[in-house]
Structure formats: C-alpha cells, structure tokens
Ligand binder design. Structure first.
Ligand code: KG4
Ligand code: ZN
Length: 349
C-alpha cells in the first residue's frame, strides 16, 4: 500500500519539513536555518530557537505540502524528531506533529534524531544494504555504530567528551571565526598547511573505538596563546592552525573507522551527521577505505546536516517495521502522546 509520510525536524537550530512517499520517494523538502538568529551570540540560544520554530513551522509545512502537490488527506502519518535535542525546540515539533496527526486522524511517529541521521544515506540512489558501520559525526554526537538492521544497533565507540562537530565549533571560536564555526574552519583550513603545527591525534594510539576531542581543542588553545605571546597571529598562521586541527580530527576519525571495519569484517561504511559534509574527511576516508575494499556511503551534502527528509524517511521505515507507539493506537482509548526527550540513547529506541 502506498504510504506518504510528513517529517518534521526541530531538535536544534533548523526548522525542516519533508514528505517521503513509498512510490515516488522524496517529493518535497524545505528547511529554514536559524543561523542568522544565533550568530550574534556565537552559539545556539535554546529559547530563541524554540520561539523561531513556532514562527516558522506551520508555514514550512504548508509550503512543503504545496511543493509535493498533495493535500493532508493523502498523508499516512506524521513523523517528528522526538529527541535527543533541545527540549523546548523538540516540544514545538512534537506538539505540532501530534496535533496535526490528531486533526488528520493519522498516526504520529516519534523518531530518534541519530537513527534518522544514520538512515539518511538510504535515501540516495544505490543505497547501502544492511549490515554496515555508521560513523555518526554531528555537533552533539560522535559514534561508531554497528548497524545490523533497522533498530539493531551496537555502539562500538563514542566520544568521551566533546563531539567532533562541537570541537570544530569551539576551535573555530578560538580562532576568531564566526558561528557556525565548523564549515568556516574547514574553509579556512583549505588555505593553510597543517604541517607547520604539530597537534595530537587523540585516542588513536590507544586500543578501542572511543574518541576524545577536548584535549585537541586545548592543544589548539595553547598554540594560540604561544603565538600571541610572541606577537599578533597572522592570517596564514590562523589558516595553518585550522588545517592542523582539521587534519588531527580527520586522521582520528579515519583511523577509528578503519579499526571498526577490521573488528567487524563489514564491507560498508555509512557516514552521517554534519561533519560528514567535511571535504577532507571525505577524501581521506575514500582513500583509506578503497585500499581495504570497503565502500563509503554518504547522504547528499544537504542531508548530512539536520533536515526533514531523514525524519520523514526514518518515520516511514519505522512504520514499515510496525513499531507503533501509543500515539498510533487509534483503536484503543489511549490519547495521542507527545514524545520529547532531551537525552535518548540510540540503544533505547
Ligand atoms: O548533524 P548536524 O547538522 O547537527 C547536529 O545534530 O548536531 O551537525 C552540525 C555540526 C556542527 O558542529 C557543524 O560545525 C558541523 O556539523 N559541520 C562541519 C562541517 N559542516 C558542518 N564540521 C566540519 N566541516 C564541515 N564542512
Ligand atoms: Zn543532527
């Protein structure tokens, strides 16, 4: 039976909506980024994020349905990011999704944000088959996940402190770059030569698959202090330091991904999350994994960072899988429940 799912993402600073259809694929997706709102504060201000989601969400839903050329009566379900994320921001998406689902008489499907990220590559042509290793690298998470099938996950390793994207953002701030720092730092690094500075490759020498990035950020801070004690930091120095930092993060991510591949014997690696958009990471992973006969899969760049398409698709996959929560039991007396969790372990889905 044809199934058409509306997906809503509001876990952080992106308001995003999409429609995924089992026959026609992705038939509409829109995104509104709040970057301009948070830029002057140098980071996401949760209260401002929630308020802006309220302003943008309904018009985005209307626009996306119009793009898809469908009426609400065509929809089979409304999927929404239920966590993890900023609780106020999540609640805007969750209450809107459940309210609309009730009004339209269709199920509301809560989606785990990181599961949505790790399934995003399946939206592309020639998608990876299960099982695969997922390298999830976002602003809030860094983990290597063994994906045996939908909902069959094993966490092989994760960060003990900062996430990779968080390290990019904090280091960018140290280097005086504007928010959001990750892409800015990556762009600056392309003008520099990282060999001029030596930075540690955190956890690479230690066994296991965990990560740690806060020491690297501190190492950059110490270098900045050292440079500034001797005189003002020049533009080329800043670019060299950005490149040295990026190289250290990328080396670590590539090294641990290779280790996860060796440990499991899997032949596919899926990269997801905002840092997956990083060009150096993509080049280095391609080289390293081609050498061991492993194929790397990515979502298209715009679906590496937060988006509604991955939520609509994850909701669709969950529906197929038959995982329905109380909100969907229309044959019972259960009221629709609003699910929103700031913290939510991937293994507890
Ligand atoms: O997945 P995402 O959009 O949001 C979270 O769920 O966290 O990831 C955002 C993170 C930010 O930390 C951002 O700086 C980082 O991804 N990022 C990048 C690049 N593009 C986004 N980091 C490095 N290089 C990039 N090109
Ligand atoms: Zn995300």
């Amino acid at each position: 039976m044809q199934s058409t799912v509306l997906g809503i993402e509001t876990s952080c600073d992106e308001t995003a909506v999409a429609v995924f259809d089992s026959v026609n694929g992705l038939i509409g997706h829109r995104i509104f980024s709040q970057v301009g709102i948070h830029a002057e504060f140098g980071g996401v201000v949760p209260e401002l994020a929630s308020r802006d989601h309220i302003r943008k969400l309904l018009p985005l839903i209307r626009g996306t349905l119009a793009d898809a050329g469908i009426q609400p009566s065509t929809l089979s379900a409304v999927a929404y990011t239920a966590g993890p994320g900023l609780i106020g921001a999540l609640l805007v998406g969750a209450t809107t999704a459940v309210g609309l689902a009730m009004a339209w008489g269709i199920p509301a499907v809560p989606v785990h944000h990181m599961e949505a990220h790790l399934l995003a590559a399946l939206l592309e042509d020639d998608p990876p088959e299960f099982p695969f290793i997922a390298l999830l690298v976002s602003g809030g998470h860094t983990m290597l996940v063994e994906v045996r099938g939908l909902g069959e996950y094993g966490i092989l390793g994760q960060t003990l402190d900062d996430a990779a994207g968080e390290a990019f953002d904090k280091t960018a701030k140290l280097l005086g770059l504007p928010y959001p720092g990750g892409p800015e730092l990556a762009a600056l690094a392309e003008e520099g030569c990282g060999d001029h500075f030596e930075l540690p490759r955190p956890m690479l020498k230690k066994p296991g698959l965990d990560f740690s990035f806060s020491g690297l950020k501190t190492a950059v801070m110490l270098k900045v202090r050292e440079i500034e004690a001797a005189g003002p930091m020049t533009g080329p120095m800043r670019a060299d330091l950005a490149d040295a930092f990026q190289l250290a993060v990328v080396d670590t991510l590539v090294g641990k991904s290779l280790r996860a591949i060796k440990q499991t014997g899997y032949e596919r690696l899926v990269v997801a999350g905002g840092v997956g958009a990083n060009r150096l990471l993509r080049t280095r992973l391609a080289e390293a994994l081609a050498a061991v006969g492993v194929r790397v899969y990515y979502p298209r760049t715009e679906f590496c960072t937060d988006n509604g398409a991955m939520v609509a698709f994850a909701g669709f996959m969950r529906m197929q899988h038959g995982a329905r929560n109380a909100a969907m039991r229309q044959d019972s007396n259960y009221p629709y429940t609003v699910e929103a969790r700031a913290r939510w372990n991937l293994l507890e889905i």
